[in-house]
Design a protein around this ligand. Structure first.
Ligand SMILES: [Zn+2]
Length: 119
């Protein structure tokens, strides 16, 4: 199933931006989980990268410590506090968005920035 998801993503997009893993943290046995099972996620990323590269496309990894959840994807303002219980991101600028969608937009924007630097 993961293979199909990877193939579908690689077929649909020229570049995919993802949050990276902290392999050192994993090796040290630290639980830095953000609700993601790192091992399975790592395998998923490897497979996705392979499928993208096969088609001459890109996997762009954003540092996992990039504050993707805390930044408003509309105005760029950063919240000091955001609990995991806060499922909706509210900002003073009027932005009201699903927390994960807001984080995904930030990861995409950061990925574009990194990509532009490398190009
Ligand atoms: Zn905002």
């Amino acid at each position: 199933m993961e293979t199909e998801i990877c193939a579908s993503l690689a077929g649909s997009f020229d570049a995919v931006c993802v949050e990276d893993l902290n392999l050192k943290g994993m090796a040290g046995g630290l639980h830095l989980g953000k609700g993601v099972h790192d091992n399975g996620y790592g395998l998923f990323l490897s497979m996705l990268e392979y499928k993208l590269e096969e088609r001459g496309k890109y996997l762009i990894k954003v540092d996992r410590y990039f504050a993707s959840s805390k930044i408003c994807s509309v105005c760029g303002k950063k919240k000091e506090e955001l609990s995991l219980a806060d499922r909706i991101y509210y900002c003073e600028c009027g932005n009201r968005m699903d927390r994960d969608v807001n984080a995904a937009v930030n990861i995409m924007n950061e990925g574009k920035r990194i990509f532009a630097e490398c190009a």
